[in-house]
Design a binder for this molecule. Structure first.
Ligand code: MN
Length: 201
C-alpha cells in the first residue's frame, strides 16, 4: 500500500459524521487527522533519521530510537485496523460465517465473547487497545490486551478487530467513561471486515 517507503494516513471508508451518535464528528476528525497523523509523522521522521544516520555513518541510540519507532508504527497500524473494523451503524453486516463459528467454539457464545472483550478494553492499564487476534498455530481466537501500541503483543498473531481505548479516542464524547464508549463500540463494528480478515491468508 505504501509505495514511497514512508507511511501515509489512510482515508476513512465513511464520512466523519458516519459513526454518529456513537462517535461524534469532532471526536472522529481529531482522532484521525491529529492523533493518527501524528503517529504517521512520527514513524516517518524516525525512518528519515535512520536513513540520514546510515548515510552519514553517524551513531544513534538504537534502544530509544527503536522503542519510539515501534510505538509510532504500532500506532499507525492499529489505527488503520481500527478505522477498517468500524462502520456506520447498520452497515457493518452481521456476525456470521466462519467468524461466528470460531467465536462460538472458543467462547461458547457471542455474549461471553462480548463480555470478555469489553472487560479487556475497560481494564487496559493506562493507554492501549483491546484486540481480537487469531493464533496461527492453534487457529484459536485470542483476546489481546495491548498497552500503548506495542506492549503485550503476541508475535505473529493475526489481528482481526481492535478497539482503541486511549483517552483521545473517547474523551470529547464520553469524558472519562471508558466503559460507556466500549459499550457504544458494539453498535459500529464492521463484522464483514472482521470476518474477511479472519479468512484472508
Ligand atoms: Mn487512537
Amino acid at each position: 500500500m505504501e509505495t514511497s517507503g514512508l507511511y501515509s494516513l489512510p482515508k476513512l471508508n465513511y464520512d466523519y459524521n458516519g459513526l454518529v451518535p456513537y462517535i461524534s464528528e469532532e471526536q472522529l476528525r481529531i482522532h484521525h487527522q491529529k492523533h493518527h497523523q501524528a503517529y504517521v509523522n512520527g514513524a516517518n521522521a524516525i525512518l528519515e533519521k535512520l536513513d540520514k544516520a546510515r548515510k552519514d555513518g553517524a551513531d544513534i541510540d538504537m534502544k530509544s530510537t527503536l522503542k519510539e519507532l515501534s510505538f509510532n508504527i504500532g500506532g499507525h497500524l492499529l489505527h488503520s485496523l481500527f478505522w477498517g473494523n468500524l462502520a456506520p451503524a447498520g452497515k457493518g453486516g452481521k456476525l456470521g460465517g466462519a467468524l461466528a463459528d470460531s467465536i462460538n467454539n472458543e467462547f461458547g457464545s457471542f455474549d461471553r465473547f462480548k463480555k470478555e472483550f469489553s472487560q479487556a478494553a475497560t481494564s487496559v492499564e493506562g493507554s492501549g487497545w483491546a484486540a481480537l487476534s487469531l493464533c496461527k498455530q492453534t487457529n484459536r481466537p485470542i483476546i489481546m490486551q495491548i498497552e500503548k501500541h506495542n506492549t503485550n503483543v503476541y508475535p505473529t498473531f493475526k489481528i482481526l478487530m481492535v478497539l482503541d481505548v486511549f483517552e483521545h479516542a473517547y474523551y470529547i464524547d464520553y469524558k472519562n467513561d471508558r466503559a460507556k464508549f466500549v459499550e457504544a463500540f458494539w453498535n459500529i463494528v464492521n463484522w464483514d471486515e472482521v470476518n474477511r480478515r479472519m479468512q484472508s491468508k
